[in-house]
Unconditional design. Structure first.
Length: 526
């Protein structure tokens, strides 16, 4: 079945997956993966590489994550044969008053979540939408326990990337153009991302002249963190500057909020599935819903064969629908399934078999669309995670944990193969992680086969999005189950989640990223 769009139906896009005895970093940006792989080459642990990759991603993919991000990670320690998890999700400021987010009575919000519209979009855009970030604390916590390289060695590469500035290309221009109007509302965001404060910074069409974003202020902030540790972000000069800038722009996040923030270790959620175990981060993440989906999938009829068939995808749709129904009723998560989100995922495996699966996010693309001028940090809009209507499971309030859909996992198959996967894409993440896990556990797919296999999406509404490459038989079976829309995997926008992962089988490692992602890549340790 062909998609009703303007794109070629004969073009084929693929990514090469190579096995190696060395380590691998799979990231949504090649340059960040190269930073992580360089740490592995220097003898670093998977955790060291993950920290370096995390900070680098905030520079080269700034609209997806950065120093103002939150998220979580799952770790696998090969010698112990044990999983660990770190939660570094965002929190609402302590002085936040829900009365400062009055409902307008004018329908629904236009961004990720169809909450009731708030006057002035105060929960969506601007400094009033900023929540307390956690990524720096999360990386610091992992480093304290498992890091082998110095903190400075791991953060400095990101500072160097920022000094150089993000290389502008057609993809960065496309991303920025789609958000230029909202970025123009903040003078500091406009100065960073827009040409003359109006249109996206772009390179020459002849490709003879390189242009870079001016990220020198961010570079200085990263150097401060490299030299003085994570505490400089939460208690030092950066914390003071950040709180002052946010409050000057009308937000309530304070120095006290930063001083009190702590990422924390949590016992991983272990999900048993057909002889395998999938480890995720419990609590206000996507993992509890994934656990429900896998449990439902395990109970259903599941035909065995060389490849997933029509009945397989019907079972996927059924499990996702029931799992999301439970999530919406109990957790108050009402994210629009059509919203892309502003999230990034990367996975790392080192030569010893240690793994990290990390997802971090600003929430919306470009977060709050506000930049802190003193630090060069693009700020999150984590307040939008909360329902502005009082009395609901996820209602807005002070000093509350944010409910999110990110779902990094590490899986161990019945054959003792290991994989670390996750994705960006809002509610699309859960279905992608479930299907990729099933491809590898149920069908014995290697990582390349799993990532190239067509998927469906069903994100909490009775509507399936199907890749036309599934074939007519599968699409007909899905259409008989519920309303089905055809959408191809594309570069922009993404109709499906954008995953990244690594795998270890027979002591050989491999990595892969979303096939259609022009920046994403798996980089091997040399």
């Amino acid at each position: 079945m062909l998609s009703p769009d303007n794109f070629s139906d004969t073009q084929k896009v693929a990514k090469v997956v190579i096995q190696t005895s060395g380590g691998v970093v799979s990231s949504q940006h090649k340059r960040a993966a190269q930073v992580g792989a360089a740490i592995l080459e220097q003898g670093g642990d998977a955790v060291d590489a993950a920290i370096a990759t995390s900070f680098a991603l905030g520079v080269v993919e700034p609209w997806m994550s950065g120093l103002a991000a939150g998220g979580c990670m799952v770790l696998w320690r090969s010698q112990e044969q044990k999983a660990y998890a770190v939660d570094f999700g965002m929190r609402s400021p302590r002085s936040l008053d829900p009365k400062n987010y009055p409902l307008s009575g004018q329908g629904k919000s236009s961004d990720l979540f169809p909450w009731a519209h708030v006057v002035g979009d105060r929960n969506v855009q601007g400094a009033t939408a900023v929540a307390v970030p956690g990524v720096v604390s999360g990386m610091d916590l992992a480093h304290q326990r498992f890091g082998t390289k110095s903190w400075k060695e791991l953060v400095e590469p990101a500072a160097k990337l920022a000094q150089e500035g993000l290389l502008v290309d057609w993809y960065s221009t496309l991303i920025t153009a789609s958000n230029a109007q909202s970025l123009a509302a903040d003078i500091d965001a406009a100065n960073l991302f827009l040409d003359q404060g109006q249109w996206p910074i772009s390179g020459s069409w002849t490709a003879l002249t390189e242009r870079h974003l001016n990220q020198e202020t961010l570079s200085k902030t990263l150097l401060e963190i490299a030299n003085n540790g994570a505490e400089s972000f939460y208690q030092g000069k950066i914390a003071h500057d950040l709180a002052r800038d946010i409050q000057a722009k009308g937000g309530c996040l304070s120095l006290e909020d930063l001083n009190h923030y702590r990422a924390h270790w949590v016992d991983p959620l272990a999900m048993s599935y057909r002889g395998a175990t999938v480890y995720g981060v419990p609590g206000l993440t996507g993992a509890p819903t994934l656990a429900k989906a896998l449990s439902l999938l395990e109970q259903g009829y599941f035909p065995k064969g060389a490849k997933p068939d029509a009945q397989t995808y019907v079972e996927y749709a059924t499990a996702l629908h029931q799992a999301f129904t439970a999530r919406l009723e109990s957790m108050g998560d009402h994210e629009s399934p059509q919203a892309p989100g502003s999230t990034t995922h990367f996975s790392v495996v080192d030569r010893h078999g240690n793994m990290c699966s990390v997802t971090q996010t600003l929430l919306s693309i470009f977060g709050s669309r506000v930049v802190s001028p003193s630090t060069g940090i693009l700020l999150n809009n984590g307040i939008m995670w909360f329902d502005p209507e009082p009395g609901n499971p996820n209602s807005l309030g002070p000093n509350k944990r944010c409910l999110a859909n990110y779902c990094p996992v590490i899986g161990r198959t019945e054959k003792n193969d290991l994989f670390a996967i996750g994705a960006s894409g809002g509610r699309k993440i859960l279905g992608a992680v479930m299907q990729l896990s099933s491809f590898m556990i149920d069908f014995g797919f290697d990582l390349g086969q799993a990532f190239h296999q067509p998927r469906i999406d069903l994100s909490g509404v009775e509507k399936i999005t199907a890749d036309p490459h599934l074939g007519q038989e599968v699409i007909d079976a899905l259409s008989a189950k519920m309303s089905t829309t055809i959408a191809r995997r594309n570069i922009f926008p993404y109709s499906f989640a954008c995953p990244a992962g690594v795998m270890r089988a027979n002591e050989l490692n491999s990595g892969c990223t979303e096939v259609m992602s022009p920046w994403g890549d798996a980089v091997l340790e040399k």
